[in-house]
Design a protein around this ligand. Structure first.
Ligand code: ZN
Length: 125
């Protein structure tokens, strides 16, 4: 999907997602759309790399990024948005704490919670 289309759908669904899941302790993150995570992290429009996430939550910046190169449709968009919103609601350092306990990305409970929450995507479609 193109960036504007993603932003339009995300902005329409976001208030409903916030209402459904509730607000976290921090200010509600703003949504930004980039081609991919490397453009987001470097600020270079031509940046490319190996990782292919569809979204990312930046706790320090208070920002949810969505990556248009890896969002083919509305379902993936809503899944990415809900996933990252769930990370926003989790306490600071929760994932680090789990990694320190020996969990991996695949079985980290903070990650599994975000993946489970994605299943609600159809409520906002
Ligand atoms: Zn995640």
């Amino acid at each position: 999907m193109d960036k504007q289309e993603i932003l339009d759908i995300a902005n329409e669904a976001y208030p409903k997602i916030v209402k459904y899941f509730g607000k976290g302790k921090k200010a509600i993150p703003e949504i930004k759309v980039y081609r991919n995570v490397f453009v987001d992290l470097t600020g270079d429009e031509d940046a490319e790399g190996e990782d292919t996430p569809s979204g990312r939550y930046d706790r320090d910046a208070g920002k949810i990024s969505l990556y248009s190169d890896y969002i083919p449709d509305k379902e993936e968009l809503l899944r990415a948005l809900i996933h990252e919103y769930t990370h926003y609601k989790q306490p600071d350092g929760l994932d680090t704490q789990y990694y320190d306990q020996g969990y991996t990305y695949q079985n980290n409970p903070a990650e599994l919670e975000a993946i489970r929450a994605e299943e609600k995507w159809h409520l906002f479609a």
